[in-house]
Design a protein around this ligand. Structure first.
Ligand code: NAD
Length: 326
């Protein structure tokens, strides 16, 4: 039987294991309805790509302004995550923190109570610990969790060139998630274990933040010594010191002094904290990582959690008494 108790709300269904498992309907095709919760910088860009591909959307965000453009393009606006989950079989999330992901999915009145939802795809960076809790809560209601944290920033989200790290039940990935996620970029399936993809994402973001910290120190020192920052970057970017900060963040957001790369200091700090917490729980020292975490704490204390994380360079500028501008 497809529905364990036809006409009975999901919150009154028997606990996991008491009802026969429902069959998955198979691939979600363009034209079908997909739910999307969290339409911020990343979510709105990815949702826009799904509209471009012909999907119908049911959207929810706590900030009404976040969904306005999508609604103008035909997306249906829901009043809560629960309404999204009672409308669409597949619900995508792009939310800021693990606590919000847990509340929206398995919290009181969360997505797990929806009558329609069968698969939740979490595009947020929410860490392996939250993934394991959410996966357990959803599985008990016969809903699959696919972790699919992304890398590539707003430009990648808009252009469909993100890297997506994916874990969760293979069947739900192949039949449901893959046809949707292919519109966002390159897919890397890491395995069935809940949270595996989140670990890959945390390691990547630790490295990205570390590159920004050390590049800021080097660039400030070079400029103080009299080097033109544009020439110094040109040298580094064809030499062995090149990295994602020198190749992308400095030219785009530090040299013009705009500090608008599109990734909040508070989110980067969250990612590095999550990574170090996981490492600590595994008994693995992360000495360099601890320094990066402190630099992010300083940046957040000085410029606020909503500042762009390229503001890390402003700390080095201040300590060196220079501006890295070109
Ligand atoms: P954002 O703050 O721009 O967007 C988050 C959205 O979630 C906001 O619109 C907010 O109103 C909404 N929201 C918050 N609580 C909610 C709730 N309870 N219910 C519904 N909506 C809620 O953040 P972002 O930069 O788009 O990042 C989203 C996720 O993607 C984060 O986990 C982040 O770490 C990750 N990420 C961001 C980038 C980037 O470059 N910005 C890159 C890769 C991964």
């Amino acid at each position: 039987m497809d529905e364990p108790q036809q006409g009975v709300p999901r919150d009154q269904w028997p606990a996991c294991g008491q009802g026969a498992p429902r069959e998955r309907r198979g691939s979600v095709m363009a034209g079908e309805l997909v739910g999307f919760v969290g339409l911020g910088r990343m979510g709105s860009a990815m949702a826009g790509r799904l509209l471009d591909a012909g999907y119908q959307l049911c959207v929810y965000d706590t900030q009404p302004a976040a969904t306005a453009d999508l609604v103008a393009r035909g997306a249906r606006l829901a009043a809560s995550p629960l309404e999204v989950a009672s409308t669409a079989e597949t619900v995508l999330l792009s939310l800021p923190t693990p606590d919000i992901v847990k509340a929206v999915t398995v919290g009181e009145g969360g997505i797990c109570r929806g009558n329609a939802v069968r698969t939740v795809i979490d595009l947020s960076t929410s860490g392996p610990g939250a993934s394991q809790i959410v996966s357990k809560g959803l599985t008990e209601r016969d809903i699959a969790l696919i972790d699919a944290p992304v890398s590539g920033g707003i430009a990648g989200a808009k252009g469909g060139t993100l890297a997506l790290m994916i874990s969760g039940p293979r069947e739900a990935y192949e039949t449901t998630a893959q046809p949707i996620l292919k519109h966002f970029g390159k897919l890397f399936y890491t395995g069935e274990k809940a949270g595996l993809a989140q670990t890959a994402k945390l390691v990547n973001n630790l490295l990205a933040a570390a590159a920004l910290v050390i590049s800021s120190e080097g660039m400030a020192m070079g400029v103080k010594a009299g080097l033109d920052p544009k020439i110094l970057l040109d040298i580094i970017n064809v030499s062995s010191g090149r990295n994602s900060a020198t190749q992308d963040k400095f030219p785009r957001s530090v040299l013009p002094g705009t500090f608008d790369f599109g990734f909040a200091t508070g989110l980067s700090y969250k990612d590095v904290r999550l990574c170090l917490d996981e490492a600590e729980a595994m008994g693995i020292p992360m000495i360099m990582g601890a320094v990066v975490r402190q630099i992010l704490a300083l940046t957040q204390a000085k410029y606020g959690p909503d500042s762009d994380f390229t503001s890390i360079a402003r700390l080095s500028e201040e300590w060196a008494g220079v501006e890295i501008r070109g």
